[in-house]
Design a protein around this ligand. Structure first.
Ligand code: SAM
Length: 281
């Protein structure tokens, strides 16, 4: 039986109604399941954290290749379905909740998870908040392998100076090495999403790519620079509230022309600038 027929059977059997607001587009292509598993480099000794198991298609496939899968699902009606579809798997645990509210450090400790990798077909609305949230939690997770909107993947991988380059590119390059795994067509999902998707793997570095005096300040400076991306740094950074003298001084000391725009600055340059600001406040 094909994965499409199996999925439709389960949906019909349980009278499941897709909830658009929860980004429910279920995978119906075996090849893509394999690409996620291979892309995530899932090994027998690994524990995988998944966000949004849906009816458990990717969850089961991963559980066959690793030690344990812990998966967080928000939708009550799916929890009931998962009890049946995953009932026979002793190495799968479903947590009913919102992935954005999970303390992953605590979860890893409580569940005794080792060699932890995250792998998920993420609901698209959750992509940026989830990545931001999990990276800032500074867990010992080794990598995130995520199926996301292609457009967001392009923003994550964007190079300095390109139109897609922004806070998300900088956040990801600060914490991770990012690799494209595969482009995924709309036809691989039910229902079909409006946009194309991409699988990426983000290998989380042992230490961030650059060393700064104040990490929170670095990201405040980055956000400020991109809040008004068409403006010069001189104008875009004013809301930081340093005052003209200090802002001028910080830009001068970091060797950055105040007429440049945020999108032309590399991560290293943002690091230098935020350190100079830190010295003045
Ligand atoms: N993994 C399944 C698959 O590949 O077929 C389903 C993926 S579907 C794109 C996204 C899943 O995430 C849905 O099951 C949805 O209910 C769930 N979800 C949406 N928001 C969530 C949240 N905040 N926390 C946990 N799960 C969420």
């Amino acid at each position: 039986m094909s994965l499409t027929s199996k999925t439709l059977d389960i949906i019909n059997h349980f009278g499941f109604k897709f909830n658009k607001n929860l980004g429910q587009n279920f995978l119906i292509d075996e090849n893509i399941l394999n690409k996620i598993i291979e892309g995530a480099q899932i090994q027998e000794e690994d524990c995988v954290i998944e966000v949004g198991p849906g009816i458990g298609t990717l969850t089961q496939a991963m559980a066959k290749h690793c030690k344990r899968v812990v998966s967080v699902e928000i939708d009550d009606s799916l929890i009931e379905i998962l009890k049946e579809t995953l009932g026979n798997y002793e190495n799968i645990k479903i947590i009913h909740g919102d992935a954005l509210k999970v303390d992953f450090k605590r979860l890893i400790e409580e569940e005794n998870l080792e060699n932890v990798k995250v792998a998920a077909n993420l609901p698209y609305y959750l992509t940026t908040p989830f990545i931001t949230n999990i990276l800032s939690q500074k867990t010992n997770i080794k990598s995130l392998t995520l199926m996301i909107q292609k457009e967001v993947a392009d923003r994550i991988i964007a190079k300095t100076g390109s139109s897609e380059y922004g806070s998300l590119s900088l956040l990801c390059s600060y914490y991770c090495d990012v690799k494209k795994i595969a482009k995924v067509s709309k036809n691989c999902f039910i229902p079909k999403p409006k946009v194309e998707s991409m699988i990426i793997r983000m290998d989380i570095k042992d230490k961030p790519s650059i060393k700064v005096l104040d990490e929170a300040l670095l990201f405040r400076v980055i956000r400020s620079a991109f809040n008004m991306r068409r403006k010069t740094l001189w104008n875009a950074l004013k809301p930081l509230g340093l005052g003209d003298e200090k802002l001028k001084c910080a830009l001068k000391n970091s060797g950055i022309d105040s007429l440049r725009r945020g999108e032309t600055l590399s991560l290293e340059e943002f690091g230098k600038l935020s350190d100079e600001i830190k010295k003045l406040i």
